[in-house]
Every structure is written in C-alpha cells, then in structure tokens.
Design a protein around this ligand. Sequence first.
Ligand code: NAD
Ligand code: GLY
Length: 378
Amino acid sequence: MRTVTVALGSRSYPILIGPGALSKLGTECAAAGLGKRCAVITDTQVGPLYAPAALKALRQAGFDPVLITVPAGEKSKCLKVVSECYDLMAAHRLERKSFVAALGGGVVGDLAGFAAATYLRGIAFVQAPTTLLAQVDSSVGGKVGVNLKSGKNLVGAFHQPRLVLCDLKTLATLPEREFRAGLAEVIKYGVIFDAAFFRSLETNSNQLLRRAPKALTEVVARCCEIKAEVVSQDETETGLRAILNFGHTIGHAIEAIFHYGAYLHGEAISIGQVAAALISNRLSNLPLEDVERIQLLFKRCGLPTHIALRTAQWERLQTAMKLDKKVSGGSVNFVLSERIGAASWGHPVPMDLVHSVLRQLGSRPSGQDVNDTRRHKP
Ligand code: NAD
Ligand code: GLY
C-alpha cells in the first residue's frame, strides 16, 4: 500500500493507494478518530459491487453506517438529490461527530462531499473513489459541489476529506470507455508538471491500458503526489491550482454544447488539451514536437483528438467558454504549457486563435481517428 499526504497543516490527510484499500475503511476511519454513526453514499452501479465490503469494514471497526444509494450518472449531482441525502442522514441521526463516506466516481464524491460540507454546517467525510478519474483527481483537493440547470459545478464548497482510499481492485470493473476517460487527467499531470512522468506514460501506455497492477499503482500514486503538491501550495485556487484546468476551458464548453451526453469529461478535455497545446505553440513557445507527442499519447490511449464543429456549434462553444466560471473580465483565460512538464495560468487568448486551432482540429488527416467521429457524432 502506498501513502501520499496532502499537507494542509492541521487539516492534512493521507491518500492510501493499493489493491484492497477498501477493506481498511473501518480501521482507517477509526484511526482518524471519526464518530460512530456514518452514511455511505454510493450509486446504483457501484453499490451492488462494493457497498457490502465497505459496510462490512465499517461495522467490523465498530461503526454504525446507513447506506444511501443515488442513481448512477451526472444527473444525481443536483440539489434535489443532496436534499434527499440530508433527510436520510437526519433519519439515521447523524450528528456533529458523524461522517459521510463517498463510495463511487467523481459524481458521488462531489455530491457526498457537498452533503457533508453543508449538513449541520459541515461534518467529516472520507473518499473511497472507484473510477480512475476520481482516484487521480476528483477525490483529492476538497472541491465538492453540485450542478444547477444553468451550469456545471455552480454550487459548491472547499471541504477537504479526512482520508482518501484508492482501492485499485475496484478499477477492474470500470467500463473501458470510463477507464480511458480517466487517462486524460493522468496525461494532463505529465503535460503540466512532470516531463519524466509524461515519458513514462509514453513508454508504458500498453501496460496501463491493460490495467496492469504495477503500472496502475505507479500512475495513481504519482498523480496523487502531484495533485497533493499543487493543492498544498494553493488550496483555494488563487493561483497555481489553476494549472489543473489545462485543456478544461475548451473541454468544459465541448461537454456543455453536446449537453453532457456525447462526450465524457475525459474525452472532452482530451480534445481541449490538444487545442491548448496548439495555442501554447503559438503563444508560449511550446515546441511543435511536444504538441505532436501530446496528441500521439492521447491517440494511443484511445482518446479523441479531433472535433469537426459546424458554424452554429462554434457559436455555441464561444458562448459556453464565456459563461465558464474561469472567465474573468470578459476575456477567456487559458492555462498554457511552455514545454512538456511546465504550465502557467492566466493567459488571455483571442477567440480568433481558438477558432483557428479548432478548425485545424476539424480537418482530420486521412485514416486517423475514424472511431472518434463514429463514437461522438456531433
Ligand atoms: P461517475 O462518477 O459518473 O462514474 C462514471 C460511471 O462509472 C458511473 O456510471 C458509475 O456508476 C460507474 N462506476 C464508478 N466506479 C465504477 C467501478 N469501479 N466499476 C464499475 N462502474 C463504476 O464519473 P467520474 O468520471 O468518476 O466523475 C465525473 C464527475 O467528477 C463530474 O461530475 C466532474 O464534474 C467531477 N469532477 C470533480 C473534480 C473535483 O475536483 N471535485 C475533478 C474532476 C471531475
Ligand atoms: N480538478 C481541478 C481541481 O481540483 O482543482
């Protein structure tokens, strides 16, 4: 079992990474001094697979858990479902010392974390992430929240977990498309922070795609280390933490204009990162060779790197980028990379340049990415 620490003074917490980590849920919650009564929040897909093990581990350590199961999928990340969770938490008489355990992907983590952040003005929570995306990104760093009709993640809080348990065995049941989507966040850490990690992904992408335990352990641990370092330096995103949004300005807009249906988050930010790399080549001297390596790694991992937008879709994409909450003062700010392994934030990018780069990504070289268009018919 590997341990990574998120260093935040008295609110520091460990991330335990390894096969079987979920069986430690009870003992680790006890070691963290959490209260006896708790709620395990999961979804309809993850619950049948892993809730029995989570509940058993908690009961064996003397905890009294109630299981709350929400429908799988992004639609559950809303205030109505949070309100249903509050009622079930109150019915189980959760009090100030009680806690919430999030068992699932990023949807469950964000929802359960938000319920914990707001119930009784904030109780403890722990994360037991079961998707690759959640293990390398969303379970770490304390961003919790829900969506509104008018946009994604518009209501939320910073509420750090007391403990994160990444059980690598749970990734065995993750659908292939979800696993690959998680790899988009993995590759991001290489691009923005660690050139050697990027090179190791280029070398080991086959083992990773086969979900070989050793490759998975190394990758999840390195991603958590990088995220922990960034969050420790800038918990509430006043500066450095923004680099984690590399590729997200265009990626979020792609998700939005296709109504969060055609593209998974990881797929949209794969295209977004390739676009951001091309913009970086023009504005921050990212060498063309690096742009090509980035594009090739996404392709090797089965992620989309092209998108053909019709004029009306480009118009909607522009509007969506301007609505994104990372926009300030009317200009669209981008995170750009200067070379693989380094990134900086707060670069205003003219819409004309974004348009020209996306047009470039619309003209697909023959024989490449055929599957992309079949899967993501715009
Ligand atoms: P998800 O939680 O919807 O999970 C994807 C699907 O996989 C779901 O159907 C789920 O039931 C299923 N699943 C999960 N684990 C499984 C397993 N081990 N075996 C079989 N099926 C499994 O999606 P996600 O990609 O994990 O998370 C996306 C969410 O995360 C978005 O809402 C996004 O906004 C959020 N997010 C948050 C942060 C943050 O910092 N808080 C960062 C990135 C993304
Ligand atoms: N996923 C971006 C962040 O945690 O800041």
